[in-house]
Design a protein around this ligand. Structure first.
Ligand code: NAI
Length: 849
């Protein structure tokens, strides 16, 4: 134990105390929490449909106090029947709850917040006992933020109908949370789900179920209608059952990247919405003009808060070379004074690690760091041995590519590296697959904000760290997952456009309960409308997707021959190539594909793109991205207007081409709508503003919309021009560079577009177009590590493939399950598209001297 512990000898004098400045014990009483456990033991039940029940398996497992290794109580292992019952209860409660007026929902959320405040100390102690985190943290951070989350979202319930009138609830939401912030993660999940009118089945982590059960009691005590919140406990098997349940409309998950990836794969193609908050390896960047004493306290907070078991822990300390020695010396001195021990002691800084398995993981990774040549430093004192404790640990001489610099350790282990210039700091900071959070420390506000903009992460703290609030969205870039929790941006994770909810309602209103379940189980089939549309389209053009061997060598591009004085002159071949990096280039495959008209007659040929072409296009897009994303919204708007102008000038020709391909009589309308859509996004280019959130911090929290990066766009089959424009325009308006795969059967409208792009000042590489086999190209895009997101609108089969393949680097996908009417601007344009084209970065800037 620390040498700063107060001596027990009765001879201690006041002078001794002033000399040592030692802490006395400051224990929080565990008695009320122990009484609660005794009253509820030996088994905790499942809360389903407003009632408590034993698990159908009859199985229970112990929840253990990590500070002692002693069991606290037994927790139920929910099995398949329990998950079915919980989902059925949530489904039954959904129609009434989603139709409940916002004010009434607000009253329930408000009641939850009040109850949490009124029982805050009990919840804080239970949390400390179950998780091992210091009482100072549960009492002062976790539980107050839980209450804050319910208050804040009571407000959103109140305002929802006015603020987001065109949005509707999703349905039944399955929520799976980790053990590091048990009740806080519960509140991050449940509060927005309830505020937006959804019903919930939540599973806490198996190590920390107690406060979720206590919360269920609060839910019951306030009279929340049965089935609106169902809490079921169990391990990963229970989680898997929730994820795979056919009657769940959305999964919200926080936890490890590996499980997130498995969930992405399990839900691919099902039409379930998904938000994932995964791991991180967040940089903590210190410039030479930073206030080093504040920095040291910041580091303590960044990596030793919650024993470092924090997804956004500042686990990589990046220090400007000139101050590295001074900072590390101060840090080691501070580490000597940190106190590890009983979480219920209010003078303890670092509590216990959650479980032996996590402790072993930390020990293994530390050993690996040493084996890989880094220097490991720990304070001179030793940890208590009766629980799962690990000392604060500092690694220096760390190679940026080493395991400990790349892998999320999820423990009190800090790795330190140095840099020389701001550019080097940014490169090091971004040298990770993750992108959850970062801290930047400098007294120079220009430098700090510049670096904050350049680091790829969802949350940036300037001269501060680990600040959270219900008013600000939290979530990741890159492999840290997608979706946001908190604030206005988090609400959208639990809402869908009103027109889209009509698809859900259609399956939910008709029929007997059995038929209802059957209809809902068939939900992916609801997307069959989409499948059927796609199949109809390809039936009209049976040879529209030839593979290499069926590709034609003799061009039909200009089937209409030219006659001159009765002499037949062969038509000039005009097979459009691919459009990469602003140039028309031949497909790598050397093949072309035949395109048929609506009557099944040859209409032309396009290049047969392949993997290599996609790679080249992604490279070109990346080259264009820094310039394009830095271009002002005004300049991007000018270019979109210019495209619209050039499109309009060729309206008749483009309409004729649409009719030739599709046989549809409304081609003029499609062209006109395409022009309108370009105007819409030219308008938005300089208007899709972020926000300044009203958080608890004394300072400003700036929510900034940033482009996702390189976006892959798999265009709809049906509207060859409008579908293409509806995806490309919002993406480029928001500063992304795109690789678009046009309609496989009607690609000629997109290839006609090359010349419009070439004459509209669109910088080379901003828009790249690869024609060819949709599925093959979509899969390559989805697997590509340098593609930030992918939109899939061609068919449910392609969407499934995209969602599956994207799990590799957890890229964002947008593959809506329902077909949409592209001519309708509510379905084919607007906020939904802008949101998908951007990611929100929250930058926290404290103010004051
Ligand atoms: P985990 O990701 O396995 O568990 C998180 C939640 O998912 C728990 O409720 C668990 O029961 C559930 N779960 C597990 N397997 C599932 C599956 N196949 N389908 C659905 N749900 C499933 O995390 P775990 O095992 O507790 O910790 C493993 C590592 O993950 C830690 O060492 C740490 O590095 C990391 N982790 C990261 C967290 C974060 O917030 N970024 C939180 C917790 C752990």
């Amino acid at each position: 134990m620390s040498d700063t512990t107060i001596p027990t000898s009765t001879t201690t004098t006041i002078v001794d105390l002033f000399d040592s400045m030692a802490y006395g014990p400051a224990p929080e009483s565990a008695a009320p929490a122990r009484d609660w456990l005794a009253a509820h033991g030996p088994h905790l039940g499942l809360y389903i449909g407003g009632e408590w029940r034993a698990p159908s398996s009859g199985e229970y497992f112990p929840s253990v106090n990590p500070a002692t290794g002693q069991p606290l109580i037994e927790v139920a292992q929910a099995a398949s029947d329990d998950v079915d019952a919980a989902v059925a209860a949530a489904r039954a409660a959904f129609p009434a709850w989603s139709a409940t007026p916002g004010h009434v929902r607000a009253r329930y959320l408000y009641a939850l917040a009040r109850q949490i405040q009124k029982h805050s100390r009990l919840l804080a102690v239970l949390e400390s006992l179950d998780n091992g985190k210091p009482i100072r943290e549960t009492r002062d951070i976790d539980i107050p933020l839980v209450a804050r989350h319910f208050y804040h979202h009571a407000g959103w319930a109140q305002l929802l109908a006015d603020e987001l009138p065109d949005m509707r609830s999703l349905g039944v939401v399955g929520q799976i949370i980790p053990w590091n912030f048990p009740l806080l993660m519960l509140s991050w999940k449940i509060a927005p789900a309830l505020a937006t009118g959804n019903t919930v089945v939540l599973k806490p982590a198996e190590f920390t179920s107690i406060t979720a059960v206590a919360f269920a009691e609060i839910v019951q005590s306030i009279g929340l209608p049965p089935g609106v919140v169902n809490i079921i406990t169990g391990d990963g098997r229970t989680g898997e059952l929730i994820v795979n349940h056919p009657d769940v409309d959305k999964i919200a998950f926080t936890g490890s990247t590996d499980v997130g990836r498995a969930i992405r794969r399990a839900t691919a193609g099902t039409g379930k919405r998904l938000s994932l908050e995964l791991g991180g390896k967040s940089p903590f960047v210190v410039f030479d003009d930073a206030d080093l004493d504040s920095v040291v306290e910041g580091v303590v907070d960044a990596i030793w808060f919650n024993q470092g078991q924090v997804c956004c822990a500042g686990s990589r300390l990046l220090v400007q070379e000139t101050i590295a020695d001074a900072l590390l010396a101060k840090l080691r001195a501070r580490m000597e004074k940190l106190r590890v021990g009983d979480p219920l002691d209010k003078a303890v800084d670092i509590g216990a690690i959650i479980a032996p398995v996590q402790l072993e993981k930390i020990q293994r990774l530390v050993a690996q760091g040493v084996a890989e040549g880094a220097h490991c430093w720990q304070p001179s004192w030793s940890c208590p041995t009766d629980g799962y404790f690990y000392p604060p640990t500092l690694f220096t001489e760390v190679a940026p590519s080493s395991t400990i610099a790349q892998v999320e350790i999820f423990g009190p282990v800090l790795v330190s590296m140095t840099f020389r210039t701001p550019a080097e700091a940014v490169a090091l900071a971004n040298n990770t697959a993750y992108g959850l959070a970062a801290s930047v420390w400098s007294e120079n506000v220009n430098l700090a904000l510049d670096v904050a903009r350049k680091i790829q992460a969802g949350t940036l703290w300037v001269n501060s760290t680990n600040l959270f609030d219900a008013a600000s969205g939290f979530g990741g870039y890159r492999e840290s997952g997608f979706g946001r929790e908190g604030g206005r941006e988090g609400l959208n994770e639990y809402l869908q456009p009103a027109w889209e909810s009509a698809h859900t309602d259609a399956t939910e209103t008709a029929g007997t309960p059995d038929e209802h379940v059957a209809a809902v189980r068939e939900k992916p089939l609801a997307a069959n409308g989409h499948t059927r549309t796609a199949r109809r389209a390809s039936a009209a053009a049976p040879h529209a997707a030839p593979t290499g061997d069926s590709a034609h060598a003799n061009g039909h591009a200009n089937a209409a021959a030219i006659y001159d004085g009765g002499i037949v002159i062969p038509p000039i071949d005009r097979t459009p190539k691919l459009f990469i990096g602003g140039k028309q280039v031949r497909p790598d495959s050397g093949y072309s594909r035949l395109i048929l008209d609506a009557a099944g007659q040859p209409l032309g040929e396009v290049g047969e793109g392949n993997r290599k072409d996609i790679r080249n296009a992604v490279e070109a897009a990346h080259a264009a991205l820094p310039g394009w994303s830095a271009t002002t919204g005004h300049a991007r708007a000018q270019i979109l207007y210019y495209i619209a102008e050039n499109l309009s000038g060729r309206a008749a020709e483009l309409a004729a081409r649409i009719t030739a391909q599709t046989g549809r009589p409304d081609a003029d309308t499609e062209v006109e709508r395409s022009v309108e859509r370009l105007f819409t996004y030219a308008a938005w280019a300089d208007k899709y503003d972020g926000a300044v959130h009203s958080t608890l911090m004394r300072g400003i929290t700036l929510a900034i919309h940033e482009p996702v990066g390189v976006l892959g766009l798999i265009c709809p089959t049906e509207y060859p021009l409008l579908g293409f424009v509806s995806l490309v325009a919002p993406a480029v308006a928001m500063g992304n560079a795109v690789v678009a795969v046009p309609s496989a059967s009607h690609p000629l409208s997109a290839t006609d577009f090359y010349s419009i792009l070439e004459t509209s000042d669109v910088p080379a590489g901003v828009v790249n177009i690869i024609t060819g086999p949709c599925d093959t190209l979509a899969k390559v895009l989805a697997e590509h590590d340098d593609v930030g997101g992918i939109w899939s609108f061609s068919s449910p089969d392609t969407s499934r493939l995209v969602e599956l393949a994207s799990a590799g680097n957890m890229k964002r996908t947008w593959a809506p399950p329902h077909p949409r009417d592209w001519l309708d601007s509510r379905q084919g344009a607007g906020h939904e598209f802008l949101r998908e084209a951007t990611q929100v970065k929250n930058i926290w800037v404290p103010v004051g001297e």
